[in-house]
Design a protein around this ligand. Sequence first.
Ligand SMILES: [Mg+2]
Length: 378
Amino acid sequence: MKITDIQVKRLRIPLKKPFKTALRTVEAVEDILITIHTDTGDIGYGEAPPTAVITGDTREGIEGAILGHIKPRLLGLPVVELETIMERLHTALVGNTSAKAAVDMALYDLFARYHQAPLFRLLGGARQTLATDLTISVNDSAEMAEDARQAVLLGYSTLKIKVGKDPQQDLKRIKALRQTLGDGVTLRLDANQGWTPREAVKLIRQMEEADLGIELVEQPVKAGDLEGLKYVTQQVETLILADESVFSPLDALRIMQERAADLINIKLMKTGGIHQALKICALAEIYGMECMMGCMLESRLSVAAAAHVAAGRNIITRCDLDGPGLCADDPWQGGPVFDHAAITMSKEAGLGIVPGPTFDQYISQPFSSFSATPQKKM
Ligand SMILES: [Mg+2]
């Protein structure tokens, strides 16, 4: 099974409702889709969202990295020599983790197809079912409470609430939410770097005193402020989860050595794919630091790749894989089943996913030049 071609397309799926965080507002998943073709006719699928405000990766950047730098280094290589391919992929250019992630997952898809096994089995096969939370966007209290109530009715027992715009408003919102939901629902907060270390400590302590039952707070301070992150982690009892502070295994190692956070959020788009994510898992096992598997705004394809990693490794104890739950439609068929909060791994080989009947209506013309289409404001 040798690589004969790598093609890039654009995927656009509307969201059920606009996704709002402290950093951006988005109305549709607008991702880069890649296919890796082989001489056996097998096709591997990969996806990358251009999340410029988090990864720095734009649509044109992802396309340029794949077609101009990665593709020429991989053509002709046998898929079964995964180590050689991964070395070539990760040394093709620096940065560009989203482009690398899309190619990496399509290669793992093919590698597992070659071995006729679902990918999560090859990655360790820790479990067959996962539970994900659902993200509630930043809105006024009444709308957030209503969104949360609807989510609970759909079976979500853990909700991730976007905060970080204004600390005192955040406190009011969370109090109102807790009152509406009662004690049976687990709440996670994601500040997306929105607070200063002092604000974070003050606010989290207020939440602890008010007994709001917050399971964890994600990325309270700026990504680069490791001292600030460590300060918050030391000053509060609530678990602190590092997200934007950790891209690479080296970032994760620094956080673990400093104990600058209690938990790490692994996302394939930050690590550059599964190969690097597995290194963070190995470090986390050594340091005894549990991980969350997260995603960006992605369709079920790349979220399925993340689910395969989460189902493979015991050290991943939490999932924030709600991309498919936020999309208004699913152009894929096969693979892990996302039934609201419950994710059930499937028996098909590879990622298990192929284009479904409605696929074509979400795909724009194959990308054929480097001329930039204006990027939607995020
Ligand atoms: Mg986050």
